[in-house]
Design a protein around this ligand. Sequence first.
Ligand SMILES: Nc1ncnc2c1ncn2[C@@H]1O[C@H](COP(=O)(O)OP(=O)(O)OP(=O)(O)O)[C@@H](O)[C@H]1O
Ligand SMILES: [Mg+2]
Length: 230
Amino acid sequence: MIEINDMYKHYYIEEEKVPVLDNINLSIEKGGFYSITGPSGSGKSSLLNIIGCLDRPSEGEISFNTRNITKYTTKELAIIRNKYIGFVFQQFHLLPRISVKKNVELPLIYAGLDRRSRKEKMEEVLEKVGLLDKMNNLPNTLSGGQKQRVAIARALINDPEFLLADEPTGSLDMKTSDSIMRIFLELNKEGTTILMVTHESHIAAFADENIYIYDGRISDRKGKVRDEPY
Ligand SMILES: Nc1ncnc2c1ncn2[C@@H]1O[C@H](COP(=O)(O)OP(=O)(O)OP(=O)(O)O)[C@@H](O)[C@H]1O
Ligand SMILES: [Mg+2]
């Protein structure tokens, strides 16, 4: 569970304070599927990055599985991230010169896992996203949807409790987006907590709960939008 209390985020641009998040109070329950929506520039990515331990609040508190991580150093946050969090982005962020299987294995190479365990895990997650047959391909030989599935496999390789996604379907057509959402639903059913930023209402509808951000504030929290997407 992630809990945020009275949280503010601001940046400084040439000594001028730019407020971005304004008094955020939020709890993310284990096993939930959340969408985050709101206009461009409202602070969605900033919030997701703080929840994902990529960034820190300027004021207020954040706790992660009851641990107060507000004052964690960059290094300490990286440990939390590696252990508990998987990230997926709009632009996939795959390394172009190495194969699908190497892209997926990379976090385990950093973690110092032996070759055999890496292979086992890599095959398990690629199978989960239906791409075992593409493991020797280079990323640029894949479609957008396939690239995103590789990125999801990579995000899953450390068995994260939380899967965070920033516009995961932003570069995909509607049908492909749906297939990505099916994977998210399946992962959520297996217990992964999911937080997903999107500006598409039919994508947000896959979540159980929507967090709407306007001008840095949570302005509305709706319950389930629809029982069965589609
Ligand atoms: N590193 C930074 N330095 C200064 N300002 C920033 C920085 N990162 C974000 N901002 C500002 O914070 C505000 C919120 O940005 P954020 O990226 O969180 O918005 P968003 O809701 O994700 O928008 P979009 O839908 O366009 O992705 C914007 O006004 C942006 O310019
Ligand atoms: Mg954004």
